[in-house]
Design a binder for this molecule. Structure first.
Ligand code: GUN
Ligand code: FE
Length: 432
């Protein structure tokens, strides 16, 4: 696992020094679901004699991976052909999201989605529902039942979308409030105020979003920002009185340390400055930015340092695997003339993403007292991975091959709050 102080300069390689134990042990208290200790197996076991031991040979244990932007209803449109953002929304996404008016359908999809997250080694995510409040009830019921730490919100959208997917400024206020009262802080569930993006909200509705953030100082804000050039032109048409797309959100009080803006592919220096000084976060969605042809996000060499999370953005994104997300992030950095090291990459999908979500005090690392969300990785999950691992000499080389070649097949087991949620059935077990 990684630790970096909140003041860590992420441009320095020293920020990503791992705590790596070749023969390590993670001691957990299964009653509280928390980490007790992490370190060399010999010293951990000496300190806790008599504890029950489970051994994983040739495996790597690390904190559960975190996804800072994903849409659970969009598992139905992942891999839809031929469009960029606005046409993709109108032709594929909006029709699919209408099915979530049916709570049964929403519940079945939430089950599927959370099982897939676990199978991919993701233990926490910041998640979009649909405009229907029942889509969020269904999601939180399913995540609460699994004891997964999840942040989700009902989409607020009152224009430029099909009538069946529109709420109003008033109804979005009432419905968001009811959901916050019902779910925020219940077990490991947290609420996110979720205006979809500036195109689909009136001024009145953006005001409501700002009002909700004032009313509930611990909820998250999630939305989309500056993803695609046609989108940006449309926002400028809709809000001629504002200086930029980001300035629309700024004007309605939506910036700050609890805010996560997905994409931010096309930002001005002034936008970076406002994001930086307000402590807002961006979510970098590499597979989505490539799939929808949105552009190349600048992870490094920003004009002003902005905190960045990594995210799949399924269904604009093409994989629920954060390993695949890292692989595509690496390639985008290559095209921008920078490099994403394995240590930076794995820091970012664990501790870094926890920090983006304001959760680094409880998840993202194996500090004692943290919630015991962790994964067991099989670095030799495929013949090619096995062959490549055999030529690796350092943990950094191993992790780099894992992030480039790995996916759900590399996840041997996923634990949340000390309980096993997913275990891969090995080929040996299948043949017995
Ligand atoms: N902008 C507004 N809505 C969406 C969405 O569902 N996905 C993506 N990638 N961008 C959006
Ligand atoms: Fe998105």
């Amino acid at each position: 696992h990684y630790t970096a102080s909140s003041s860590a300069d992420l441009s320095s390689t020293h920020a990503f020094q791992p705590h790596y134990f070749p023969d390590g042990a993670l001691a957990i208290d299964t009653d509280s679901g928390r980490v007790v200790a992490c370190g060399d197996a010999e010293s951990v076991l000496a300190n806790y004699p008599g504890i029950e031991i489970k051994t994983y040979d040739n495996a790597l244990i690390m904190p559960g991976m975190i996804d800072t932007h994903i849409h659970y209803p969009q598992v139905d449109v992942i891999a839809s052909y031929g469009e960029q953002l606005l046409d993709w929304l109108n032709n594929y996404t909006f029709p699919a999201e209408q099915a979530f008016a049916d709570e049964q359908y929403a519940a079945a999809t939430a089950d599927f989605f959370l099982d897939e997250l676990a199978r991919n080694g993701t233990t926490t995510a910041l998640v979009f529902g649909t405009v229907h409040p029942q889509s969020v009830d269904a999601f939180f019921s399913a995540s609460h039942q699994r004891n997964m730490r999840m942040i989700c919100g009902k989409v607020m959208m009152d224009r430029n979308a099909p009538h069946a997917l529109c709420d109003t400024a008033d109804s979005s206020l009432t419905q968001s409030r009811e959901l916050i009262e019902r779910w925020h802080g219940k077990g490991r569930q947290q609420y996110a105020v979720t205006p979809r993006f500036a195109i689909t909200s009136t001024r009145e509705q953006l005001e409501v979003a700002g009002q909700l953030l004032k009313e509930y100082p611990t909820v998250t804000l999630q939305t989309h920002l500056a993803e695609n050039l046609d989108e940006i032109a449309f926002v400028e048409e809709l809000f001629p009185e504002r200086a930029s797309y980001l300035d629309v959100y700024d004007y309605y009080g939506l910036l700050g340390p609890r805010s996560v803006f997905a994409h931010g592919v096309h930002l001005t220096d002034t936008d970076y400055q406002r994001l930086s000084e307000s402590g807002s976060h961006l979510a970098f969605c590499p597979t989505s930015n490539l799939f929808l042809g949105s552009g190349l996000f600048r992870l490094h060499k920003q004009p002003h340092p902005v905190s960045v999370g990594l995210a799949s953005d399924v269904g604009g994104g093409t994989s629920m695997s954060m390993l695949q997300t890292l692989s595509e992030a690496y390639k985008i950095c290559q095209l921008n003339g920078t490099s994403l090291s394995a240590h930076e990459a794995f820091y970012r999908v664990t501790q870094g993403n926890a920090q983006v979500l304001g959760l680094d005090h409880c998840i993202g690392s194996f500090n004692s007292g943290n919630e015991a969300d962790f994964i067991v990785l099989d670095l030799n999950a495929t013949p090619l991975m096995q062959r490549r691992q055999s030529t690796c000499h350092t943990i950094e080389e191993r992790l780099f091959a894992l992030m480039v070649l790995g996916d759900d097949r590399a996840i041997a087991a996923t634990f949340v709050a000390g309980q096993c949620l997913y275990r891969k059935v090995s080929n040996k077990e299948l043949s017995n």
